[in-house]
Design a protein around this ligand. Structure first.
Ligand SMILES: C[S@@+](CC[C@H](N)C(=O)[O-])C[C@H]1O[C@@H](n2cnc3c(N)ncnc32)[C@H](O)[C@@H]1O
Length: 271
């Protein structure tokens, strides 16, 4: 496995990622759900985790709260969403209040690599389209295992790669777009297994990624127009030409099967 990157670079990466996903640009390009498959795939993840009313669920890297709010509404569970971005936490909290779900959801700022909750305090943990962006994946997986009750379940949905990616899909923008550090499915399984989370299900959802990338390429045209009209601001550090180039090369990687999207479910071992 690739070693964790130095701490100061890691903090820059997380801040940059948080800046992108709290922005209007993210909402414009991705819609409400910031992962392939949208809420249909979140529902599938909830079913695989066998979520039940009254269970406590942690949504790690919850973004603007779309999945957490949906899980509370659809499965009746109590959901805590954490995200690195204070602004996303603010937006998610407001959206939950609008949906009348403040009693079942709570959003807090936090770092997925150092989750600060009591051991064994959650029945289930989800992490959608974000594990691949964490510089220290071992720390994040270890935190999932610590916070789950024995027998509790974790569900990752994430970008996967099948081999080396072209150089155009490296670099900061590709990293925060969940591409540059996407891992082969076997590596995600290894991170969970090393944290004593026994992997029971692996489900490919590559078509959902292909659809998302197609939609992003179309929506980039609209974003470009809004930028020219000065009706959209780019988040700090984002270069629009680079984003278009990334979307072009990501399309190629998805079409040739180098990039995909997969759900992985694991259960905390009791011993
Ligand atoms: C692609 S978005 C996914 C958001 C949400 N899970 C969804 O599917 O709609 C990635 C999210 O990860 C968050 N993030 C990145 N690094 C993080 C970290 N170390 N701890 C917590 N959140 C993090 C970003 O702020 C962003 O909201």
């Amino acid at each position: 496995m690739i070693e964790a990157i130095p701490a100061n670079n890691a903090t820059d990466l997380k801040s940059c990622c948080a800046n992108l996903y709290e922005s209007d640009l993210a909402r414009l390009l991705l819609g409400d759900s910031f992962h392939p498959g949208g809420l249909a795939l979140t529902q599938r993840l909830g079913e695989l985790l066998n979520l039940q009313p009254g269970q406590r669920v942690l949504d790690v890297a919850a973004g603007q709260g779309t999945s957490a709010i949906f899980l509370a509404q659809h499965f009746g569970c109590e959901v805590v969403g954490i995200d690195f971005s204070a602004e996303s936490v603010r937006i998610a909290t407001g959206r939950a209040a609008e949906a009348g779900l403040s009693g079942l959801t709570r959003f807090e700022q936090g770092d997925a690599e150092s989750l600060d909750y009591a051991p064994g305090s959650f029945d289930a943990i989800i992490c959608e389209c974000a594990f691949c962006t964490f510089p220290d994946k071992t720390a994040a997986a270890g935190g999932f295992a610590r916070l789950l009750k024995p027998g509790g379940r974790v569900g990752l949905s994430d970008l996967t790669r099948t081999g080396p990616l072209p150089p155009e899909l490296a670099g900061l923008l590709a990293w925060i777009a969940c591409i540059a550090d996407a891992r082969p499915v076997a590596e995600y399984v290894a991170y969970l297994e090393e944290a004593r989370l026994a992997v029971s299900q692996i489900e490919p959802h590559n078509a959902a990624l292909a659809e998302l990338v197609r939609n992003i390429r179309t929506r980039l045209l609209g974003a470009e127009l809004l930028l020219k009209l000065k009706k959209l601001e780019l988040p700090p550090g984002i270069d629009f030409e680079q984003a278009k180039c990334l979307a072009h090369h990501a399309t190629g990687a998805v079409q040739t099967g180098k990039l995909g999207y997969t759900v992985v479910v694991g259960t905390k071992r009791s011993t």
